[in-house]
Ligand binder design. Structure first.
Ligand code: CMC
Length: 431
């Protein structure tokens, strides 16, 4: 727990309450209101948690004003440029960059857990072919607790570690198989001689009828997409994982809850929604029409891939993603991609528009990611599953941190009740 240096005085009906203020290593100070209800009989009110810190954390920090994202102190652009996904996983999980020996050991542990219990194939086959891959992922990840009983005891440190490695290792297999089932192709088993990103690409795109060579350019781009999505402090899906875990639920159930939350278009579902929006706009001359719609309060339409609760400046992930989109399309020989042109012009026009400037709405991570994923051959329905597999390490790191926190309590928000007060039941014939 952070040190208390100051207090805030809250005076209600002439009675003063001293509330400790804690100073974090970075970010705004926080007022500790935990004793407020016991002392003053009042709740605080903050729908959407816009001003509420729900936990202590040492994993990830976002400076929304500067547009900076740090994992364990390291800036995301340095990690995306110099590191790779499994090293970032190690950093998030254990707090420090690994030595060469530690990294080798970690990579081996992850690689050895990539296969799924064979019977899980029956589980996949129970879904309709046209099921969205996110629906399949929620179900299959939740079902892992029925297949891996020996790593569901959250009070056993060894089981927690095994569950963590299993989830990181098996998520690409689950996402790839959700895709394979959807397109009616045979499941492709993981291969231990491939790195994490190459293995995922192969499981998605190889078919038994011919050899599949993983393109190193695509593999590097895939790895970078995983890295850029690895963690993002207390966002909606991470908070969902922490809330589910606070009741003592097993890790597979908690991560399935996180996947369900991520699916929504305001969160991880925005990458699919964004590419669909860019395709619908279709040409640069239609951009003003869509900008006008996004500004119209009577129209529910929003510019997908724009805006963020925390970033009031460029999302640093979007900057790397934009550069990556240019590189990948260039290296793949895709010239004058119309969707990329629409995206760049839409970004320019929106940033020049006082509506977006005044509200500090900038492109977020989802604005350019879909363009890269589509160029790699993924259908839009796979965008959010790829986000989910990348974010799994963040969810797990936050889950492990929470379980080790002596202050952990079951999450149980209060409410501002505005419904009927006590009334007596009326028999149906008298209503
Ligand atoms: N297009 C048009 N107007 C917008 C947009 C947008 N994309 N985003 C926010 N606004 C407006 C909004 O109408 C509101 O205006 P006013 O103050 O006049 O009522 C103001 O900006 C503040 O918006 P808010 O909804 O109160 O802000 P929030 O912090 O609750 O929502 C957000 C953040 C990300 C849900 C929202 O910006 C949004 O819906 N963006 C589009 C979806 C998207 O790209 N989501 C991905 C987020 S990043 C990846 C992830 O976390 O999964």
């Amino acid at each position: 727990m952070a040190e208390t240096k100051r207090t805030a005085t809250l005076t209600i009906d002439g009675v003063s309450h001293e509330l400790p203020i804690y100073s974090p290593t970075a970010g705004p100070d926080v007022i500790d209101i935990r004793k407020l209800y016991a002392e003053a009989g009042l709740f605080t009110y903050d729908p959407g948690f816009t001003s509420t810190a729900s936990c202590d954390s040492t994993i990830t920090f976002i400076d929304g004003g500067k547009g900076e994202l740090l994992h364990r102190g390291y800036p995301i652009d340095q990690l995306a440029g110099k590191s790779h996904y499994l090293e970032v996983c190690y950093l998030l999980l254990y707090g420090e960059l690994p030595s060469a020996a530690e990294l080798e050991d970690f990579e081996e542990r992850v690689t050895k857990h990539t296969m799924l219990h064979e019977q899980m194939q029956n589980f996949f086959r129970g879904f309709r072919r046209d099921a969205h891959p996110m629906a399949v992922m929620v179900g299959v990840v939740g079902a892992m607790s029925a297949f891996y009983h020996d790593s569901t005891d959250i009070n056993d440190e060894w089981q927690r570690e095994v569950a963590s490695i299993r989830l990181i290792a098996k998520m690409p297999t689950i996402a790839a198989w959700a895709y394979k089932y959807h397109v009616g192709q045979p499941f492709v088993y993981p291969r231990n001689d491939l790195d994490y990103a190459s293995n995922f690409l192969r499981m998605c795109f190889a078919v038994p009828a011919e050899e599949y060579e993983v393109d190193p350019i695509l593999s590097r781009a895939m790895d970078r997409i995983f890295t850029l999505h690895a963690d993002h402090e207390q966002n909606a899906s991470t908070s969902t994982v922490r809330l589910a875990s606070s009741s003592g639920a097993n890790p597979f159930a908690c991560i399935a809850a996180g996947i369900a939350c991520l699916w929504g278009p305001a969160h991880g579902g925005a990458n699919q929604a964004c590419l669909e929006m860019l395709q619908e706009i279709g040409s640069v001359d239609r951009i003003p029409e869509y900008i006008a719609r996004a500004k119209d309060k009577n129209d529910p339409f929003r510019l997908m891939g724009f805006g963020h609760r925390v970033y009031k400046n460029f999302d640093p992930r979007a900057k790397v993603m934009k550069q990556s989109a240019d590189e990948v399309l260039d290296l793949m020989g895709i010239e004058n991609n119309p969707v990329l042109q629409v995206a760049k012009e839409l970004e320019k026009q929106a940033l020049d528009d006082p509506y977006f400037a005044d509200k500090k709405l900038f492109p977020n991570v989802d604005f350019y990611s879909g363009i890269i994923l589509e160029a790699m051959g993924f259908p839009t329905s796979m965008f959010t599953p790829i986000f989910a597999l990348s974010r799994t390490v963040g969810w797990i790191s936050q889950w492990k941190e929470q379980l080790g926190d002596p202050q952990m309590k079951i999450g149980r928000p209060r409410q501002l009740y505005l419904g009927e007060t006590h009334r007596d039941y009326v028999d149906i014939e008298n209503r």
